[in-house]
Design a protein around this ligand. Structure first.
Ligand code: FPP
Length: 253
């Protein structure tokens, strides 16, 4: 990780910074995890789903309310057809297997990204997961699937233009807040912390608008090995940062 963790015991009067409310994760390294074991890449993705289950369970225990995970990008279509189909199969199996439990546990599921272009069975399943959990509000799981940050922004701009054309929105009313209302993440606060696993240091077109002020934590852990302690470590790292949102450091005023 790029910063030393905060000391475990702090001096008298030291304030513990609040943990992140919204954590976004680029789940990277499934392929390398599999290769290191002589397994097919799809096996790494399968273990990646296990890591996702662990993380969804650990997140609320660590005070997180919103979790957004990057599962399939608009660029991932360039992968071999068999791998693309394995990733679609895993999303399907994950929703089919976990929806009932997540629903009971008060989790609201949202799938962000381009819905057009998804096979009909996946699109129907995603609609069902969102519909059946829309009353839940204990924890918010956002799955970015067929997602690209630029594509999302262009789609939002197009919807905004339509609203102007219909006369529902005036040109003067366009500001950042109004624009956000056309993004897939409407009503979801921006991520406080964005984690990328596997030692890569890129955003890869993930949440380009929403991550404007997110703290970034990069860890060498490969996604299939990610667990509660890795998440706790990222939170500790986050808590050692001073978030300024463009202002001067506190104490310098
Ligand atoms: C990056 O690893 C990971 C992905 C492209 C997919 C992430 C998917 C999962 C964790 C499992 C699927 C979960 C759902 C809910 C569908 P990589 O393949 O790029 O790894 P590499 O960089 O080591 O090759």
């Amino acid at each position: 990780m790029s910063h030393a963790p905060a000391p475990a015991s702090e001096g008298a009067g030291a304030e513990r910074l609040p943990g992140p409310q919204h954590v976004a994760i680029i789940m990277d390294g499934n392929g390398r995890w599999a290769k290191a074991r002589g397994l097919p890449r799809a096996a790494g993705h399968e273990r990646g789903v296990e890591a996702l289950r662990r993380t969804v369970e650990a997140a609320p225990e660590l005070g997180i309310r919103y979790l957004t995970v990057f599962s399939f990008s608009t660029e991932n279509w360039r992968r071999p057809a068999a791998e693309v189909s394995a990733l679609f199969g895993l999303l399907k199996a994950y929703v089919q297997r976990d929806l009932g439990r997540l629903k009971k546990e008060g989790v609201r599921i949202r799938v962000i990204g381009r819905r057009e272009g998804l096979p009909a069975d996946i699109a129907d399943l995603v609609d069902k997961a969102e519909r059946e959990t829309e009353e839940n509000s204990d924890f918010f799981l956002n799955i970015a699937f067929n997602y690209g940050g630029r594509e999302e922004i262009v789609r939002a701009a197009s919807r905004l233009a339509e609203a102007v054309q219909r006369g529902d929105l005036s040109l003067e009313a366009i500001d950042e807040r109004a624009f956000e209302g056309f993004l897939d993440t409407i009503d979801i606060p921006d991520p406080d912390l964005l984690i990328r696993t596997s030692g890569e240091y890129r955003l890869s077109n993930f949440l380009l608008w929403q991550a404007a002020y997110s703290e970034l934590v990069f860890t060498d852990v490969l996604w299939p090995d990610f667990d509660k302690s890795a998440l706790q470590q990222a939170i500790t790292d986050f808590q050692s940062r001073e978030r300024r949102f463009g202002a001067v450091p506190s104490g310098a005023r």
